[in-house]
Design a protein around this ligand. Structure first.
Ligand code: SF4
Length: 297
């Protein structure tokens, strides 16, 4: 699935989309100094924070950034952290053995034999004790995928947790995209597809274009099933629509922070929202007379 031939097949239909609908210059990241890319304020937003509407009214952002509340991580968040750490660690481990001259079958044999130990480290790093089984499955799955990549290309895995300075676009100077392939930004997501994933990929592409001045037209979402037994790749063309969706979401977030206005609750909340216990108009802000945890008990 991560071999050049399979990635190439996935991207092929994007070439046609790009030639029919090329990215306008004003929507390239290097046009950060002019509208619509120029931000109204530089608040150091994360890409997910700006692009992903975990809460339909975005009250989660208001609670975190304006009221200073931070809920404990939900089970879903912990599982996501485990999968991301397994993705990163497996890439590093495969690259290390590749550099030492091991062949892919030997890399797989060695790393899979040590998967339980790796899983303990992954769960600890993710702050998710008790999720070692998920960590071991995800780690093993990614070891096979990366080894397949090495087998076909003779190259090490993609850069993982690649750092990007997003400050020219009002984003964080320390953004991290899950992986960077040749001209492709890659995000790993646990669970099903969300329609705001393409906007998030466009956010990373814009930040890369702003800081590196190189075009990034394609994205790839690696969807990991809940038990980490399957990984599906979803290619995304980062055209005008995806870029505009990101910029609009960023601007909406900036407006909310600058106004300090409570956006209110939506007609329906997201299932498993980690803010559920804090999302009360009377929950005090951090630094108030009561700790947030006490206020919602
Ligand atoms: S509990 Fe509901 S309103 Fe509050 S942040 Fe979560 S989804 Fe939004």
């Amino acid at each position: 699935m991560l071999s050049p031939s399979s990635v190439g097949r996935l991207l092929r239909r994007l070439h046609a989309l790009r030639s029919r609908d090329p990215v306008p210059e004003e929507l390239r990241g290097w046009s950060w100094w002019s509208p619509p890319l120029r931000p109204r304020a530089h608040l150091g937003l994360g890409v997910s924070e700006a692009a992903i509407r975990w809460c339909p009214s975005r009250r989660d952002l208001y609670l975190r950034r304006v009221r200073g509340l931070e809920p404990p991580p939900s089970n879903g968040m912990l599982r996501g952290r485990v999968v991301h750490e397994a993705f990163r660690r497996s890439a590093v481990d495969v690259a290390r053995l590749h550099v030492l001259g091991r062949e892919p079958p030997g890399i797989v044999a060695e790393l899979v034999a040590d998967a339980e130990e790796a899983a303990r480290g992954i769960a600890e790093e993710a702050g998710a004790p008790g999720l070692e089984d998920l960590a071991a499955r995800a780690y093993t799955r990614f070891v096979f995928l990366w080894s397949g990549w090495v087998e076909e290309t003779g190259q090490p895995p993609w850069y993982t947790e690649y750092a990007i300075d997003g400050s020219l676009l009002g984003l964080s100077p320390r953004l991290r995209v899950n992986a960077l392939g040749v001209g492709i930004v890659v995000e790993v997501k646990l669970g099903g597809w969300r329609d705001d994933y393409p906007a998030a990929l466009a956010g990373y592409a814009l930040a890369l274009e702003a800081s590196h001045e190189i075009p990034v037209d394609y994205g790839l979402v690696l969807l990991v099933s809940g038990d980490a037994s399957r990984v599906e790749a979803h290619p995304v063309y980062l055209g005008a629509d995806e870029r505009i969706a990101f910029i609009e979401a960023r601007d909406e977030a900036i407006e909310m922070f600058l106004s300090g206005q409570d956006p209110g609750t939506p007609s329906e909340c997201s299932r498993g929202c980690p803010f559920a216990r804090l999302c009360s108009p009377t929950a005090p802000a951090r630094g108030g007379s009561e700790a947030a945890g006490e206020a919602v008990a």
